[in-house]
Design a protein around this ligand. Structure first.
Ligand code: SF4
Length: 663
C-alpha cells in the first residue's frame, strides 16, 4: 500500500487523445519526495533542453504535494511545472486553494499533459473516469467565469477547476492559471496550458488518502494546530506588523498600507513615495476596502483566512489574493478603488499580478521617453486609469502594441529596441521581479535574489529576521523560544546582530548558512505541498526542520530524520538547477536588477556569490560539481553535463557582455 501519495499519475497525450493511469515508482518518492522534487525528475528525464516552451513535446505537470489530501494543516499546494516561455528555463509555480487535495481524493498525485489538442478542450477527472471534453463554447471566457460554467455543465458544485483566461489562450508570456482563491501566476505557465489548447482541468474525488501511522501523524498535526493558535495570539514583538504573524491575512484584514505603499515602488517599479500615506488616504482606502470586501476566505484545511471576496461596483465578485491588492494601484499611481477593479479584470483574463502592472507601466514609460509614439497606442484614453485598462485589454488580446507587450518587458524591449532595454530594468532571468527598490544592499537577499530559481516573493522571505532587533534584550527574547532555528549557531548570529552593521553583517559565511537553510525550507514546502505562509515564509512558523521529518515519516512510512530530509532536499534542489544548467543558465544570469539597491558593494557581492556557490557544491559558474552530484546519487546528471561539454566550457563571467546593438 502507498501512503500519503496515491502512487498513480494521470498521463494525458492531448495530440492523440490518449489517457493513461500510470503507477509510479515508490523509490522516486524516497529520492525526490513529491511535488516539485518528482516534477524536476520527470522534466529531466523527458523534456530535452532544446524543446520550445510551446512545442507539443513540452510537458505541463500539475502535481499535488506529497502531503496534500492528508489532514496536515495548510497543505494544499499544487505545483505546476514546465518550461517557461518567458525565462526559457525550468519553471515551477504553485497555487493554493483546493485543487491539489481534490486530485489526491480522485486517486492521482500528478496530471501530466503532453502533446497538443487539435481543438480547445477541458479535462474532467472524476475518480477513475477521465474525459477530454470539447471546450469550444468556453473560448474567450474569463478564468473565474469558466470555473462556474464548468461546475454548472457537469452538475457538480464541488468540482475544483483550474482554468486559464484569454491571456493563456493567447499565450501571453505572463499568463496565469487561476483556481478558487488562488493562482499559479509566475513564469507564464498559463500560456503553456493555452499552447496545448487546454482551457481547464476539473477534478472531483471521493477516495481516501492512506496514512502510514495515523495516530502519530494526527498527534503531530494537533501540535501544529496548537502552535498556530498560540502564534496567532502572540505575534513577534518589536517587529513590523506585516511580518509579525503567520500567513498573509494582514493583506485583507488590516487597512494600514503605509509600509507597502511607502516601501514598495510605484510606476514601472521606480519610485518610492515616502510620506504618501496620510490620514485622508488611510480613511479613503479603509472605506473602499470595507465597501468592496465581502468576507475573508481560506485555502483548503487552513484557519488563516488570507484571501477575501471582493465585489467592485458593476463587476462580478472575485477572490483577491495577497499583494495584487496593491500592484495595479501602485503601477498606475492611482487609488485602491481602481486597483481592486482592474484586478478583477486581470483575474478573469488570467495574468500575473506582479508582471502585468509592470509591463503596462513600462509601455507608458516608453511612450513618455519617445521610444514608442502615440501611433503605437491608437485610441488609448488620456486618463491614467483608462490607459491601464486599455493596455490590459490589448495585451491579453495580443492586439497592436499589446502583441509585443504580451511577451513581458524583457522580450518586448528586445523587439522594440531603440534603447527600450534600459526601461526593462526590473528583471532577473528575463522575468519581472518584485516591484522593490531598496536602499542598502542586503547580503542575505542578494544571495536569494541571485540564485533563486522560483522567482516569486518567497525568494526573499524566510525564517531568519529581515532586520536586526534594536537591543540585546529583544534579541535574547527572540531566540529564547526559537524552536525553528536549525542549530545554535544561527541563534548566535541573531544575538550578535547589531543595528547599522549592513551590509557586512551577517558575514558572507554566515549568509551562506542562513540562505541555504531558508531555501531548504522552501524546497521542502514545494515538495510536500505546504503553504509557505505556515512554514518557509514567516518567522517562527509551525512547520520547521525539526518536526517536518517526523510528519513526513508518519504520513508516508518512509524512515526520515533531519539528515535524510536535508540530503533528499539537496538532491532535488540540485536537480532543479541541473534542469536550468542544461538550458544555459549560468552565473552571468544570476544578477539582480542594477538599480535594485541604491548602495551596491561589488567586491562584497562577488565574495558572497563565490562563497555561496562553493558552499552549495557548485563550481564558480554555478554548475553543480561532479562530486556534489555523485554524493547525491545524481551521477546521471554529471554524465549529461560531461556529454554536453558543460564542465569544460569558458565560464560565463569571462565572456564579455553583449552590447545592445548585438543583441
Ligand atoms: S496561510 Fe493563507 S495562503 Fe496559506 S494555506 Fe492558509 S489561507 Fe491559504
Amino acid at each position: 500500500m502507498r501512503y500519503a501519495e496515491t502512487g498513480y499519475n494521470l498521463e494525458i497525450d492531448l495530440t492523440r487523445g490518449n489517457i493513461e493511469k500510470v503507477e509510479t515508482d515508490p523509490r522516486d518518492t524516497e529520492l525526490y519526495l513529491g511535488g516539485l522534487g518528482t516534477n524536476a525528475k520527470i522534466i529531466w528525464d523527458r523534456v530535452p533542453p532544446e524543446t520550445d516552451p510551446f512545442s507539443p513535446d513540452n510537458l505541463l505537470i500539475f502535481s499535488a504535494g506529497l502531503l496534500c489530501g492528508t489532514p496536515a494543516t495548510g497543505c494544499n499546494r499544487t505545483m505546476v511545472t514546465s518550461i517557461s516561455p518567458q525565462t526559457r528555463l525550468f519553471a515551477y509555480s504553485m497555487m493554493g486553494g483546493f485543487w491539489a487535495p481534490e486530485l489526491k481524493f480522485a486517486g492521482y498525485d500528478k496530471v501530466i499533459l503532453r502533446g497538443k489538442s487539435p481543438n480547445l478542450v477541458y479535462i474532467w477527472i472524476h475518480n477513475d473516469k477521465v474525459e477530454i471534453r470539447d471546450a469550444s463554447h468556453l473560448q474567450g471566457k474569463g478564468s473565474v467565469e469558466v470555473q462556474d460554467l464548468i461546475r454548472q455543465e457537469l452538475k457538480e458544485p464541488d468540482v475544483q477547476v483550474a482554468a486559464i483566461g484569454l491571456a493563456g489562450e493567447n499565450r501571453v508570456y505572463f499568463a496565469s492559471i487561476e483556481q478558487g482563491r488562488s493562482s499559479c501566476s509566475r513564469q507564464g505557465l498559463g500560456a503553456v496550458m493555452g499552447s496545448k489548447n487546454v482551457k481547464a482541468i476539473a477534478v472531483r474525488g471521493t477516495k481516501d488518502v492512506n496514512i502510514a501511522r495515523p495516530d502519530e501523524f494526527i498527534g503531530l498535526i494537533n501540535e501544529v494546530l496548537e502552535y498556530i493558535k498560540w502564534r496567532n495570539e502572540n505575534p513577534i514583538p518589536n517587529y513590523m506588523p506585516i511580518l509579525a504573524g503567520l500567513g498573509s491575512p494582514q493583506e485583507m484584514k488590516h487597512h494600514d498600507e503605509k509600509w507597502h505603499t511607502e516601501n514598495f515602488v510605484w510606476g514601472n517599479a521606480r519610485y518610492r513615495r515616502k510620506g504618501f500615506w496620510t490620514d485622508e488616504i488611510a480613511e479613503d482606502w479603509k472605506e473602499t476596502m470595507e465597501t468592496m470586501q465581502r468576507r475573508l476566505i481560506s485555502c483548503f484545511n487552513c484557519p488563516m483566512k488570507c484571501g477575501a471576496t471582493i465585489s467592485p461596483p458593476g463587476q462580478p465578485t472575485y477572490m483577491m489574493k495577497c499583494f495584487s491588492k496593491l500592484t495595479y494601484t501602485m503601477a498606475a499611481f492611482s487609488d485602491l478603488e481602481f486597483g481592486l477593479g482592474i484586478a478583477q479584470s486581470a483575474t478573469e483574463y488570467g495574468v500575473d499580478g506582479y508582471s502585468a502592472p509592470q509591463v503596462m507601466a513600462f509601455a507608458l514609460e516608453l511612450l513618455e521617453a519617445g521610444i514608442l509614439t502615440e501611433q503605437d497606442f491608437p485610441g488609448m484614453p488620456s486618463d491614467n486609469e483608462g490607459r491601464f485598462n486599455w493596455l490590459l485589454d490589448r495585451i491579453v488580446r495580443r492586439e497592436g502594441i499589446g502583441d509585443v507587450l504580451a511577451n513581458g518587458t524583457y522580450w518586448a524591449a528586445e523587439q522594440i529596441g531603440n534603447g527600450a532595454q534600459a526601461y526593462a530594468h526590473n528583471n532577473i532571468k528575463k522575468h519581472e521581479q518584485l516591484p522593490l527598490k531598496l536602499s542598502m544592499l542586503d547580503p542575505i537577499y542578494y544571495l536569494m535574489y541571485c540564485t533563486n530559481e522560483k522567482i516569486t516573493i518567497t525568494q526573499i522571505e524566510g525564517n531568519f529576521p529581515q532586520a536586526p532587533f534594536a537591543t540585546r534584550e529583544e534579541r535574547e527574547a527572540f531566540v529564547s523560544n526559537w524552536i525553528q532555528a536549525p542549530n545554535e549557531r544561527i541563534k548566535q548570529y541573531v544575538l550578535d546582530w547589531e543595528p547599522r552593521t549592513a551590509p557586512f553583517y551577517p558575514t558572507p559565511d554566515m549568509c551562506c548558512e542562513i540562505v541555504d537553510w531558508m531555501e531548504r525550507m522552501h524546497y521542502i514546502d514545494d515538495a510536500v505541498g505546504m503553504c509557505a505562509g505556515l512554514s518557509a515564509f514567516p518567522l517562527k512558523p509551525p512547520y520547521h526542520i525539526h518536526n517536518y521529518p517526523k510528519i513526513i515519516s508518519a504520513a508516508t512510512g518512509i524512515e526520515m530524520d533531519e539528515e535524510t530530509l536535508v540530503k533528499t532536499t539537496k538532491r532535488y534542489r540540485n536537480l532543479v538547477r541541473a534542469n536550468n544548467i542544461i538550458r544555459g543558465m549560468r552565473r552571468a544570469d544570476e544578477v539582480p536588477p542594477e538599480d535594485h539597491w541604491k548602495k551596491r558593494f561589488p567586491e562584497l557581492e562577488k565574495e558572497l556569490l563565490d562563497k555561496y556557490y562553493k558552499f552549495k557544491g557548485w563550481n564558480n559558474d554555478g554548475v553543480p560539481t561532479k562530486e556534489t552530484l555523485h554524493e547525491l546519487n545524481l551521477d546521471y546528471v554529471a554524465e549529461e553535463f560531461e556529454r554536453r561539454g558543460i564542465y569544460s566550457e569558458t565560464p560565463s563571467y569571462e565572456i564579455p557582455a553583449k552590447k545592445e546593438a548585438e543583441v
